[in-house]
Design a binder for this molecule. Structure first.
Ligand SMILES: CC(C)(COP(=O)(O)OP(=O)(O)OC[C@H]1O[C@@H](n2cnc3c(N)ncnc32)[C@H](O)[C@@H]1OP(=O)(O)O)[C@@H](O)C(=O)NCCC(=O)NCCS
Length: 189
């Protein structure tokens, strides 16, 4: 770990830095030989504007309600360099599941920080919520991300070929899950 880093939940004041990070990531994916890791082909300022307006309130939604959303930030030398997200579905009948996403700036990858951010996010879900399952979706060709998820105990339960068509490619998407209820039970043993 060459540089000082820290991980913490993001709050409304972090939204601008979060949007800047999203923009860097969208503008990297699929370009200049980079891995394609998002279905977004270009930065959409209208969509970003909507997100900026709605994010602060979403981050405050009580965890007892459905539809809550939380972001966690990886700060390297005090700059937001990675984010993970957990999104609970909108229906009361899906309150026991949350969908996870993660992305780091190119400059800080491959140093073990993605794993640290995943571990933080999973621990938070296990300890602070009643979520029993974490879902995630990953492109089949995304070897680094799949290595990370496999190593943390996620198992593949679905595969959708031709899920997205982007940069003239047909993208196969994998659905993976982590059994949080099992983790919770193991940690209270
Ligand atoms: C996927 C991502 C979050 C991984 O974070 P990271 O900090 O680079 O990964 P780490 O250094 O913590 O490595 C964790 C594991 O990931 C895998 N991994 C990381 N980089 C890898 C690479 N270049 N090739 C193969 N596996 C790799 C390994 O299994 C590694 O475990 P190990 O350290 O025991 O070998 C990061 O590369 C990233 O943000 N990529 C771009 C965005 C993205 O793909 N997001 C996921 C969308 S589903």
């Amino acid at each position: 770990m060459p540089k000082p880093w820290t991980i913490r939940p993001l709050v409304a004041d972090d939204v601008e830095a979060f949007m800047d990070l999203q923009k860097r990531l969208v503008q990297e994916s699929g370009r200049e030989g980079s891995n394609i890791f998002t279905p977004l082909e270009a930065w959409d300022e209208t969509r970003a504007h909507r997100q900026r307006a709605t994010l602060p309130e979403k981050l405050r939604t009580a965890l007892e309600q459905s539809g809550w959303y939380r972001l966690f930030g990886l700060f390297v030398e005090d700059k937001l360099a990675g984010e993970s997200s957990l999104r609970c579905g909108e229906l009361p009948t899906e309150r026991h599941r949350a969908t996870l996403g993660i992305s780091l700036d190119q400059t800080v990858r491959g140093q073990g920080l993605g794993r640290r951010l995943m571990e933080y996010t999973i621990d938070w879900a296990v300890n602070e919520t009643s979520v029993d399952w974490i879902d995630l979706y990953v492109f089949e060709h995304n070897t680094p991300a799949r290595g990370l998820y496999d190593g943390l105990g996620f198992t593949q339960i679905g595969r959708t070929s031709d899920r997205f068509r982007t940069f003239d490619k047909r993208i196969t998407d994998l659905h993976m899950v982590l059994d949080c209820a099992q983790r919770r039970a193991n940690s209270s043993d």
